[in-house]
Design a protein around this ligand. Structure first.
Ligand code: GLC
Length: 751
């Protein structure tokens, strides 16, 4: 039986393009690849390593020579392995048909897209999802995104972005899991599983792509595309673990990035992509470059020209070239001139074909072109319910003096003020390529949906309406018209909802800021309202931590709502009126001022950590060391008490740490119980605190629960400078708490 299948396959491979390749078991994929590779010309192999952008959505600078005519020519010659930014079953089918039926071997294309937090139905931005600390919800959110994206012909997403970053000036913090490696690794796993499901050949799953490999989040000064210059300990212990977690979760692709790392562009970095990723970690998928990052090794000053860049990229383990054309124009020449060994081409092509086989594209190149699904899946009500749930879980209550929140329905005269309250786009964030304008439920709409009576004044217009994915957001710094009307409304109201923050396109790629305050005249507006009415709830809508020092000092209630996606207004309303009790915790530190940045909880001690009578200790003369709100921080409409910390060191290979948490308030609430350790003395200094476990529990009023964490070598060890994972004996501090600064502390000695 198997032999027949095999010969059938060889015959079908030899005589006819793929349109009905019988997919055998996974173990035969390698044989299929071998037989295909043997038949491919060098040009066709290089073609598989070439990705072109579709002919409309452009998510980066359009390269020279990448015009439609050349692309069509190359498609017909089998010189394109993948397309990005092509969506819709009709367009995908058209290009797939062209390649499958007109090229010699009919190798199907793989279609990639930035499905970052949803396709049409948008979940909260990833940084907001991270604030939920709810891995099940995050996995489900990615699953929903795959449902919709695969319904429009896509089979590959350029997500999850797993870049650790400690600098909110960088616009792309909105796209990741925050500052912490442990939380970031857990999120990476959840998102890969959500996108890829348990069977990648199913038509409602996507190949995932962990990006950007590596250290893009450490761009100096948070400036986009800037140099990253970090030591091996930070690389090994802070940056790489979320990528390793994605690889261990069987992520099919990685994307490298634009930055150099210690002087070498990551796209040309053999240590990263071959030595660590492919050798040490055994990664068997493929690496795609970032948009034109192969070609950008020339302006980096690392490659002489595009031909040299092609050589350096493939030697370093970049398997597919996104949009720079370096590979398709120069790799054949490089091989023929002996500059690149064909075995490197074969390895890259094998990896690419493997993912295409695993996706089932050889079995049925049109499996993602299901017009019925396209009609049924997009904006499905089940998806709206799922992203509403995700949004609720992502909200962080930062302040609630005198329990101003939750508000009572119809018992107060409510004023709503701020341009963002009436914005149907900003809550969708900047990575909303696939979605449609004005599909985010605004705060005003959310209030109306719950029949809440309120009055609204926009106040001064802060952002220009013409902002889009490509241009700068223009911010009004001078025109105060609208201010008086807003203040007058506030004056006659019982409570004022101030909806303030950033425009949806003020964070994301290319969106770095030097300041972290509320843009434009928003703080002036807030202070003017505060003059006439102190009962203010500030609803923050932002894509990054903000330095809201005055606000935190003077505003009694603050809800951090990030950019919550399609159901933003409904989620915010439910939280405001207590239909949902906020349970989010900050995945990134909020600074008191931008001058403190980078500021993060898992910092090192330094040699002079303690205050002195002189100036000779680690501090600023004009600012505190402490953040405004620490990592892991978030309040609830109830309160929790932590007692009975126990540390059990009698187990053979683990340390058991437990504590009891009680709901001491009047309503049911969820609490993210966090476990931190501190390896006090080690051969490579360790952070003063490191998250090594968390559990989100739900407690009714008065109820208690004992929460237990198990610490093993995996949690207690770290990578040394030789990239060896080591566990060293000695004293460890441990804390079980409600955030990275507050909890029960103890120590144990590891022998
Ligand atoms: C962009 C981004 C990357 C994205 C790619 C394709 O420049 O850096 O994250 O996936 O290009 O759009």
């Amino acid at each position: 039986m198997k032999a027949n299948l095999y010969y059938l396959l060889i015959i079908s491979l030899y005589f006819a393009p793929f349109n009905n390749c019988v997919m055998a078991q996974e173990k035969s994929i390698e044989k299929n690849i071998d037989s295909l590779l043997q038949q491919m010309t060098l040009e066709e192999k290089v073609g598989q390593m070439n990705q072109y952008n579709g002919f409309w959505d452009v998510t980066g600078p359009a390269p020279q020579g990448g015009n439609a005519e050349i692309k069509y020519e190359h498609l017909k010659k089998g010189l394109v392995g993948s397309m990005l930014n092509v969506v819709g079953t009709e367009e995908v089918r058209k290009l797939q048909k062209l390649v499958v039926e007109e090229t010699r071997l009919g190798i199907p294309l793989i279609f990639g897209y930035d499905v970052i937090h949803g396709y049409k139905t948008l979940a909260p931005i990833p940084l907001a999802e991270a604030a939920s600390w709810d891995m099940e919800a995050i996995e489900n959110s990615a699953k929903i995104a795959a449902q919709e994206a695969s319904a429009v012909g896509l089979n590959w997403t350029f997500a999850p972005m797993v870049d650790i970053s400690r600098d909110p000036r960088w616009g792309r913090v909105m796209e990741g899991g925050g500052e912490d490696t442990y939380l970031g690794a857990e999120i990476a796993k959840a998102r890969v599983k959500g996108f890829q499901g348990d069977d990648l050949s199913k038509p409602n799953t996507l190949a995932a792509c962990a990006k950007h490999f590596a250290a893009y989040g450490f761009a100096e000064a948070g400036k986009e595309y800037n140099t990253a210059d970090i030591g091996t300990s930070t690389l090994y212990n802070a940056v790489l673990p979320p990528f390793k977690a994605a690889v261990d979760a069987d992520v099919k692709t990685l994307m490298n990035g634009f930055n150099i790392l210690n002087g070498i562009p990551v796209t040309g970095n053999k240590m990263l992509q071959r030595d660590i990723l492919k050798e040490k970690w055994g990664f068997d998928g493929f690496v795609i470059s970032d948009w034109s990052s192969v070609g950008e090794m020339v302006p980096h000053g690392f490659a002489e020209d595009l031909k040299h860049a092609a050589e350096l990229g493939v030697k370093a383990g970049s398997d597919m070239d996104m949009e720079s054309s370096a590979y398709v124009l120069h790799l054949v020449e490089n091989v023929k001139e002996g500059k690149v060994d064909e075995s490197l081409i074969d390895d890259a092509v094998r990896r690419i074909l493997r993912v295409k086989f695993e996706l089932g594209l050889f079995e049925d190149p049109y499996k993602y072109c299901n017009e019925e699904r396209e009609k049924e899946e997009l904006y499905h009500e089940d998806h709206q319910a799922a992203v509403l749930d995700m949004a609720l879980k992502s909200i962080v209550l930062l302040k609630n003096d005198d329990n101003l929140l939750p508000l009572k329905k119809d018992q107060q005269k409510i004023a709503v003020i701020g341009q963002l309250a009436n914005d149907n786009n900003s809550s969708l964030g900047s990575w909303r390529l696939g979605s449609d304008n004005n599909t985010g439920v605004s705060v005003l709409e959310g209030l109306k949906n719950q029949s809440i009576n309120f009055s609204y004044e926009q106040g001064p217009r802060i952002f220009n309406e013409e902002a889009n994915f490509l241009n700068e957001v223009k911010v009004n710094e001078t025109d105060t018209s609208g201010m008086q009307e807003a203040v007058a409304l506030a004056k006659e109201s019982d409570v004022v909802l101030m909806v303030l923050g950033e425009h949806g396109f003020q964070s994301g790629e290319g969106r770095s800021r030097t300041q972290l305050d509320l843009p434009g005249l928003q703080l002036d507006l807030l202070k003017a309202v505060h003059e006439v009415n102190k009962n203010i709830v500030m609803i923050l809508m932002n894509g990054r931590p903000l330095a809201i020092h005055w606000e935190a000092e003077n505003i009694p209630a603050i809800l951090e709502t990030w950019q919550l996606g399609s159901q933003a207004g409904n989620a915010i309303t439910e939280a405001l009126f207590g239909d949902y009790n906020p349970s989010g915790k900050l995945p990134m530190t909020f600074p008191r001022s931008v001058g403190q940045v980078p500021i993060y909880y898992n910092h090192f001690s330094t040699g002079r950590p303690d205050p002195e009578s002189t100036v000779f200790w680690t501090h600023y003369g004009d600012e505190k060391n402490e953040p405004l709100f620490p990592f892991g921080y978030g309040l609830s409409y109830t309160t929790f008490k932590y007692t009975d910390l126990e540390i059990d060191t009698n187990n053979q290979n683990s340390i058991e740490v437990s504590a009891t948490i009680q709901n001491t308030g009047k309503v049911t609430g969820k609490e993210v119980v966090q476990l931190y350790i501190h390896d006090k003395v080690a051969s490579v200094v360790r952070p003063v605190k490191e998250l090594k476990g968390f559990q989100k529990i739900s407690l009714a009023p008065g109820a208690s629960q004992k929460v237990t964490f198990i610490l093993t070598d995996k949690e207690l060890g770290f990578y040394n400078h030789d990239y060896e994972f080591v566990v060293e004996p000695g004293t460890f501090g441990v804390m079980v708490g409600t955030n990275s600064q507050e909890g029960l502390t103890g120590t144990f000695v590891l022998n």
